[in-house]
Design a protein around this ligand. Structure first.
Ligand code: SF4
Length: 199
């Protein structure tokens, strides 16, 4: 049974290597959004390539389909976007940053406090443009739900990580095929940089 009280424009994540990490960085993470390149230029280049964005959207949609098929359903409490509280960090590629920043965030200053500036209350205002990590990470409650609600059993712990790595590889290859700059860095730091903040 699906929970009708769950707001539609929200979402969410789990653990392991689903684009979220604890106190370590993914092996392929950059130290900055686009080391050696001007970040805003790299993001603009991705955003200007309509074919790239279209294909990226298709890859990201695969994550939503896979999550639905696995039985995951975000309960929209918004806790996992508060990285200052969870201790986790969300990483995203240049192209994903280009997509999520197609619209300005409602709370740009939030990224200075390790929170996503696209979060409004408990909800995601970038639902259709959110990065891969946002689509592959689900907390325990998303699998088990309240009694009589979602009811899906959690898949093996590796599920999120495997899905993430498979789709992230496609995203990385997409940058290569389109000749676009690829970097992979922590979301709030990247957004702060793009928004012109210093921290
Ligand atoms: S884009 Fe931000 S608010 Fe939306 S799901 Fe991802 S981390 Fe949360």
């Amino acid at each position: 049974m699906r929970r009708s009280s769950v707001p539609r424009n929200t979402r969410r994540k789990n653990d392991g290597n689903s684009g979220f990490v604890g106190n370590r960085s993914p092996a392929h993470a950059g130290r900055a959004l686009a080391a050696g390149r001007e970040p805003a230029c790299a993001v603009r280049a991705c955003r200007a390539d309509a074919e790239f964005l279209s294909e990226l959207g298709e890859i990201l949609a695969c994550a939503d389909v896979a999550a639905a098929q696995a039985g995951a359903e975000c309960l929209a409490d918004g806790d996992c976007c508060k990285f200052d509280l969870t201790g986790q960090r969300l990483f995203a590629s240049t192209g994903e940053l280009a997509m999520v920043t197609e619209q300005a965030p409602p709370h740009p200053e939030a990224c200075l406090a390790l929170r996503c500036p696209y979060q409004e209350g408990a909800l995601c205002t970038a639902r259709d443009r959110r990065p891969l990590g946002c689509r592959t990470f689900f907390c325990e409650r998303a699998w088990k739900g309240a009694p009589g609600t979602v009811g899906a059993a959690a898949p093996p712990r590796e599920w999120s990580g495997e899905l993430y790595e498979r789709l992230h590889a496609k995203i990385r290859d997409l940058h290569r095929r389109r000749g676009l700059p690829y970097a992979y860095a922590e979301l709030t730091a990247s957004l702060a940089e793009l928004l012109g903040f210093q921290r």
